[in-house]
Ligand binder design. Structure first.
Ligand SMILES: [Zn+2]
Length: 122
């Protein structure tokens, strides 16, 4: 029975005189009320539909009526898959690509030609 006793754990001796790590007080005269206004991401307040909308261009700040163009979007592909799934092969599945009603509408600024919005049908 030589039960070896493990050595006692070393005593963790706290170093004496632990100073209070205080944050330095703010300099006098500093305005205490620092209101940090987190600007929300500029959401598009405009409802982009199929037709041009009157708005202020975020790029050139001109008051414009957006010009629209159609672009193949998610719905176009889904419609294509649906048409193909029901057995309409041989080009019928390409019909959605010719139908503007299945495409997304891109709104662009006629003044600076920047895209300002998109009407996603999905
Ligand atoms: Zn513009």
């Amino acid at each position: 029975m030589d039960s070896k006793q493990p050595p006692p754990p070393p005593a963790y001796s706290q170093p004496g005189g632990v100073g209070y790590s205080q944050a330095p007080p703010p300099p006098p005269g500093y305005p205490g009320s620092t209101v940090v206004v987190t600007q929300p991401v500029h959401m598009n307040p405009y409802m982009f539909r199929e037709f041009g909308v009157q708005m202020q261009c975020p790029h050139c700040s001109a008051t414009i009526t957006t010009s629209t163009r159609y672009e193949v979007g998610t719905l176009t592909w889904i419609a294509c898959c649906v048409v193909a799934a029901v057995g309409c092969w041989f080009g019928c599945c390409l019909i959605p690509f010719c139908v503007d009603g299945c495409k997304d509408v891109i709104h662009s600024c006629p003044s600076c030609n920047q895209d300002v919005g998109r009407y996603n049908r999905m």
